[in-house]
Design a protein around this ligand. Structure first.
Ligand SMILES: *Cc1c(COP(=O)(O)O)cnc(C)c1O
Length: 429
């Protein structure tokens, strides 16, 4: 393996880090095998859906203008519906990002006087403006949709008693965020999401259960729609786009709720019938085809980072041994210098923009300055290797992605090297 050591030396990684990482990698063999087996199962699921829906050469064509009768778009939506074992799907380039997909699903299915409930604590930062937790023009609050939240219990379990109390005659839709996002709570497994949905339906059967599935797709052999979710929402520049979708979002679930989303996205009366695909169908199909293996690579990177940083004494969520339900790895770096060095390392390992230095910056939708490292083929693609974190104590970094496991690995080794250089890793001084 001397040639591999030599390869990493060329990136300036010191031998002590290379050796430390190689030892950890050997310990992870069994877990990596399980990730590969899951990716294999997901790959078969995607292929079966593509064959069943007769994906053809004609599906790769572009439509323009209104986009009536776009065979590729319609077939792609049928494939997504099948992959998620759902009735219907809306998969569009016109859905600009994950936040937009979530805002769309919420605003399409809530009416003035309705109430939205989050039974898993505060939702993702950018949803604060969408819901109106932070007052914002155009928020659901402005339209007379109220919001309630029940936090998880300190041990991470559901607060069933208070969830039951929070559900009332106004409760129309419940949003469950699968991934931890910018928090250090545990990510929910699909099984736990199923338990929560079953409980909610037992209290109020007609409530719409919607899952923010961002970063969770293909991490497990089942998805939230397999365990009772009425709607499941995500971004194509995360897992399901496989790194090839340049933009877009998806909503899958019950036909009547997906249709509401289509009427809101385009127009009442038009719904799913319009929306030019502008030549993106091929990228969406091929990205979905690649997504299971790309997600597996990202997952290996996340586990690898967890194990290495945990051994070095940093708190990590999830920890090195627990099971995984999304591709985000949080590491508490404990210092501003550590957070900046980590991001510098990730940036320096990138195929694109490797020579730039990330700087903390104020970002729309976030409450504090944020530092972001990404050297991506598609700007903002967070299935590509990236790291970010808000500049506030305890200096958590959220690390995710990697189109290949090898690239994720180099990024992690580079982060260690930069941390060592910044004096944050006395072990490698
Ligand atoms: C990324 C993410 C979002 C928002 O997606 P954007 O594409 O960044 O707008 C929402 N929820 C979760 C859990 C996410 O990870």
């Amino acid at each position: 393996m001397e040639y591999l050591t030599e390869a990493y030396r060329k990136f300036g990684i010191r031998d002590s880090i290379i050796e430390f990482a190689a030892e950890t990698e050997r310990e992870l063999k069994t877990r990596f095998d399980a990730i590969d087996a899951n990716a294999e199962a997901c790959q078969m699921k995607v292929l079966l859906a593509m064959q069943k829906n007769r994906v053809s050469e004609g599906c790769m064509e572009a439509s323009t203008g209104y986009g009536y009768n776009d065979l590729g778009r319609e077939t792609l939506e049928a494939v997504y519906a099948d992959v998620f074992h759902a009735e219907d799907a809306l998969v569009r380039a016109q859905i600009t990002c994950g936040t937009h997909a979530l805002a769309l699903a919420l605003s399409a299915n809530l009416r003035p006087g309705d109430e939205l409930l989050s039974p898993v604590g505060k939702p993702y930062d950018t949803l604060e403006s969408v819901i109106g937790i932070t007052p914002a023009p155009g928020s659901l609050a402005e339209y007379g949709v109220s919001y309630r939240q029940v936090d998880l219990l300190p041990d991470g379990s559901f607060d069933y008693e208070n969830i039951k109390k929070a559900i009332n005659e106004k409760t129309k839709l419940i949003e469950i965020q699968r991934s931890k996002g910018y928090q250090t709570r545990p990510t929910l497994s699909v099984e736990r999401i199923g338990e929560l949905i079953a409980f909610i339906k037992s209290v109020k059967p007609d409530v719409i259960c919607m899952v923010d599935n961002c970063y969770g797709e293909f991490v497990e052999p089942v998805e939230p729609t397999d365990v009772g979710a009425d709607l499941c929402v995500g971004s194509l520049i995360k897992n399901p786009g496989g790194g090839l979708a340049p933009c877009g979002g998806y909503i899958v679930g019950k036909k009547e709720y997906v249709e509401q989303c289509a009427y809101r996205l385009t127009s009442p009366g038009l719904g799913k019938e319009v929306g030019a695909s502008l030549g993106l169908n091929r990228a969406f199909f091929q990205g979905l085809f690649m997504a299971p293996t790309v997600t597996a690579g990202a997952l290996k990177g996340a586990i690898y980072a967890a194990c290495l940083y945990e051994k070095l004494g940093f708190p990590v969520v999830p920890n090195g041994t627990e099971s995984r339900h999304d591709i985000i790895q949080a590491v508490t770096l404990g210092s501003e210098a550590g957070l900046i060095a980590f991001c510098k390392g990730i940036q320096s390992a990138a195929p694109v923009d490797s020579y730039v230095t990330p700087e903390p910056w104020a970002m729309p939708g976030y409450q504090s300055d944020v530092i972001m490292a990404a050297g991506a083929f598609y700007q903002g693609s967070s299935i590509e290797l990236s790291a970010d974190g808000p500049l506030i104590a305890p200096y958590n970094v959220y690390f995710q992605g990697g189109l290949t496991w090898y690239h994720a690995k180099l990024g992690i080794l580079s982060s260690l090297e930069e941390m060592a250089k910044a004096g944050c890793l006395p072990q490698f001084a």
